[in-house]
Design a protein around this ligand. Structure first.
Ligand code: SAH
Ligand code: ZN
Ligand code: ZN
Ligand code: ZN
Ligand code: ZN
Length: 514
């Protein structure tokens, strides 16, 4: 990563974001199995600790796993706080009230009624983001209502629903058509028959669309997503309302069983998990969740398959490579650049490609994954994988070293390839952006500022604590959070989603990655 940066930026560059409006960073702690976390409307909360002015505060607290904005879920509880019975009851009632107004079963019943209606009676309220039955019309007569909802529209809910783009909280980024098609073709050419889509609604619908158009490609798909609006369009076996930061199924055991059955069908043969989580989310809880899904799949394996791994595509920005590999050492990062529809920065523009930083992390051998030559990829026989055209094989590193799609240069002093804009600095003793300040805040420890170690190995925090700590921490911005999205729906309230916010943070990150 960038060798020279301010402490705050170091964390930003890891894709974290502010929360809870105070200075310092927050560390997520590994949960103690003996002390179950309290519940918020989004399932079990996570344990955090604040770090202020380089010092870790002693008091730890529970906060929502999914919502990064207190406006969306204001759950807060000190770890050692004892709640009265009355407060616990009030919390329980609050959690109940925050659940979607319709049960999963009611949604399915409504859907079945809806598809029986003649075209002229099939309406969709754009304000409420809801399919309407004739009984509902009165309630929505003042709202913007779309009529004549066709079967085709019903099959493409990600086009009917508006993406929840609110940066801080929702920021739903849907695949551009060509990336989505690339995935569907790839999955079918790799021979998968079932896809567990975790936070990939558009991929889910395209797989189903293709399966219904073309009987040969009969891939099944199930979607796990926190966006409850999707439950209007799918039966129980193809959508679960789910929180991927704590592996919480909002509809309880029945939903978990759907997921289990899906993973374990055919003794777990032919299934892959594809996930595109919010980039601002914490890597560690995601990794913990994915390991739980892997375990669920493994349960269904016969004994002699026990060495096998569940195939996974984890879609995430390239600068998370080391974080992901910490949890999944067998994963490698592909050069393919994933493009999004509604993301100004990651979109393939008319004026040529704006390079997307989003990549695929996978445990499938990369030589099996053919990247399209017409989009500028080639096969490197030495690396045995497809790479960007500009990513040249470095004979000194013996690898195609570029991470960002540009040609990197080998530095003989650093003994590695570096970004094209970097030059070797003899004061700092490594490569850096030309305008860095040599004596500026260095890439050192967050706790004590020393340069020879990172926060996680800091001798100034007690060993016991460190053993407990996880590596990920978040920068906390002082900046007041933006007004929450006015369009926020009652039914989707409190959902969280945050791909990297586009503006400030993105700019900062781009600077860090120049
Ligand atoms: N590119 C994907 C969408 C990725 S956007 C596609 O086109 O299919 C991230 C997705 O994760 C969104 O659908 C969002 O609703 C979902 N999401 C956000 N937070 C989540 C959480 N805590 N648990 C489960 N899903 C979540
Ligand atoms: Zn309405
Ligand atoms: Zn190579
Ligand atoms: Zn090199
Ligand atoms: Zn150098």
């Amino acid at each position: 990563m960038a060798p020279l940066r301010k402490p705050g930026e170091a964390v930003e560059a890891e894709g974290s974001a502010g929360r809870r409006g105070s200075l310092g960073v927050e560390v997520m702690l590994s949960p103690d199995p003996a002390a179950p976390a309290p519940l918020c409307p989004h399932g079990p909360t996570l344990l955090f600790v604040k770090v202020n002015q380089g010092r870790e505060e002693t008091r730890r607290f529970y906060a929502c796993s999914a919502c990064r904005d207190r406006k969306d879920c204001n759950f807060f509880q000190w770890e050692d706080e004892k709640l009265s019975g009355a407060r616990l009851a009030a919390r329980e009632a609050h959690n109940q009230r925050c659940q979607p107004p319709l049960t999963r079963m009611q949604c399915v019943e409504r859907y079945l009624k809806f598809i029986e209606l003649p075209l002229s009676q099939r309406k969709f309220c754009q304000r409420c983001q809801q399919l309407l039955l004739p009984d509902d019309w009165g309630e929505h007569c003042e709202h913007q209502v779309l009529g004549d909802i066709s079967v085709t529209q019903l099959k493409r809910p990600s086009q009917l629903l508006y993406p929840l783009e609110n940066k801080k909280t929702y920021a739903q980024y849907l695949f551009a058509d060509r990336s989505c098609r690339f995935f569907v073709d790839l999955l079918s050419s790799l021979g998968f028959r079932r896809v567990l889509c975790v936070g990939t609604p558009r991929l889910h619908e395209l797989i189903r669309l293709k399966a219904s158009d073309d009987k040969k490609s009969n891939i099944k798909s199930i979607l796990l997503d926190i966006d409850f609006r999707y439950s209007q369009f799918y039966m129980e076996d193809s959508f679960c309302h789910y929180n991927m930061f704590n592996h919480h199924f909002f509809d309880g055991k029945a939903a978990l069983e759907e997921c289990r059955a899906f993973l374990q069908e055919d003794e777990g043969e032919g299934v892959i998990m594809v996930t595109d989580p919010p980039f601002g989310g914490l890597v560690e809880p995601l990794a913990i969740t994915f390991k739980k899904l892997i375990a669920l799949w493994k349960e269904g394996q016969s004994q002699d398959d026990s060495h096998k791994e569940l195939p996974i595509f984890w879609i995430f920005p390239y600068f998370f490579e080391s974080r992901i590999r910490q949890f999944f050492p067998s994963f490698c990062m592909l050069d393919y650049q994933v493009d999004y529809d509604n993301h100004a920065l990651y979109k393939h523009g008319k004026t040529g490609r704006k390079q997307s930083p989003v990549r695929i992390f996978t445990n499938i051998p990369p030589n099996k994954i053919i990247l399209p030559t017409e989009e500028g990829y080639r096969f490197c026989p030495l690396c045995q994988r497809y790479v960007s055209l500009e990513n040249q094989h470095c004979e000194h590193c013996d690898s195609c070293t570029s991470k960002d799609g540009r040609k990197w240069n080998h530095c003989f002093l650093c003994k590695k390839c570096v970004k094209p804009s970097w030059i070797h600095c003899s004061i700092c003793n490594h490569c850096a952006v030309p305008d860095h300040s040599c004596e500026g805040p260095k890439d050192g420890c967050f706790i004590c500022g020393e340069l020879d170690h990172k926060r996680t190995t800091c001798p100034n925090i007690s060993l016991s604590k460190r053993a407990n700590n996880t590596l990920f921490f978040r920068a906390v911005r002082k900046q007041k959070q933006r007004k929450s999205n006015k369009m926020k729906l009652e039914t989707t309230k409190g959902q969280s989603m945050n791909h990297t916010s586009v503006t400030r943070k993105k700019k900062r990150r781009e600077r860090a990655h120049q």
